[in-house]
Ligand binder design. Structure first.
Ligand code: CA
Length: 239
């Protein structure tokens, strides 16, 4: 890590929520070594108390927690704040992942995971947030009966905001900025979620499904976000 990178991470606080003491300490140490300021909580209620008191810049949240589950904590925090949330899920707990993403978690990591992978994901989230903050230009794009407000990160129908998960909007914004270009699911994961490997491509399908329900006249016969069989997806501006 360069001096500049360390400096960039200084002042960033990560709340680690994990009931298993050894893992909690390991995570806290790895993130502190990476230059982050770390606070920790051992159960769901304590997590909410710390979150409200210290307003961390990112929450690393285990799903299986005493008092309140990670899913509940995610739901409550998301209702209060757009803070990035990374969920830690057990292997094979597909339901936890889908529910976590639906509740607005930004990313999830499956146990067991490597610390290197985890810190890379976290850095990726901060990098993308910075990029969005610096490159946002006022722009509204018409897609059939809806309008994508790229600067405001929202979808409008008849002038009213449409409820949409943040990642779903990011995916749409990426596709809008690259019309006519065919992307594989792995490429979309990399561009929108920042995964550094080609895994969990179902995540892309779930988000495309949500988007089609909002923007397509007939989600079963999509004209804007089209499936390219055997390859991935393409966005057609004209539909
Ligand atoms: Ca746990």
């Amino acid at each position: 890590m360069t001096v500049a990178e360390t400096a960039a991470r200084m002042g960033r606080t990560i709340l680690v929520v994990e009931d298993e003491p050894t893992l909690r300490e390991t995570l806290a140490e790895a993130l502190a070594d990476d230059g982050f300021h770390v606070i920790a909580a051992a159960d769901g209620r304590a997590a909410l108390t710390r979150f409200r008191a210290d307003r961390p810049d990112l929450v690393l949240l285990d799903v299986m927690l005493p008092e309140l589950s990670g899913i509940e904590v995610c739901r409550i925090i998301r209702a209060e704040s757009p803070v990035p949330i990374v969920m830690l899920t057990a292997r094979g707990a597909e339901v936890d992942r889908v529910v976590g993403l639906e509740l607005g978690a930004d990313d999830y990591v499956t146990k067991p995971f490597s610390l290197r992978e985890l810190t890379a994901r976290i850095r990726g989230i901060f990098r993308r947030n910075e990029r969005q903050a610096t490159t946002a230009a006022p722009q509204v794009v018409e897609i059939g009966r809806v309008e994508a407000d790229l600067a405001g990160h929202r979808l409008l129908r008849d002038g009213e905001p449409v409820a949409l998960k943040p990642k779903a909007f990011e995916l749409l914004a990426f596709l809008i900025r690259n019309p006519g270009q065919v992307f594989t699911r792995a490429q979309l994961l990399d561009q929108v979620w920042g995964y550094e490997y080609a895994g969990e491509t179902r995540t892309v399908d779930v988000h495309v499904h949500w988007l089609r329900n909002e923007i397509e006249a007939d989600p079963a016969k999509p004209v804007f976000i089209q499936t390219v069989r055997g390859v991935g997806y393409v966005f057609r501006r004209e539909g």
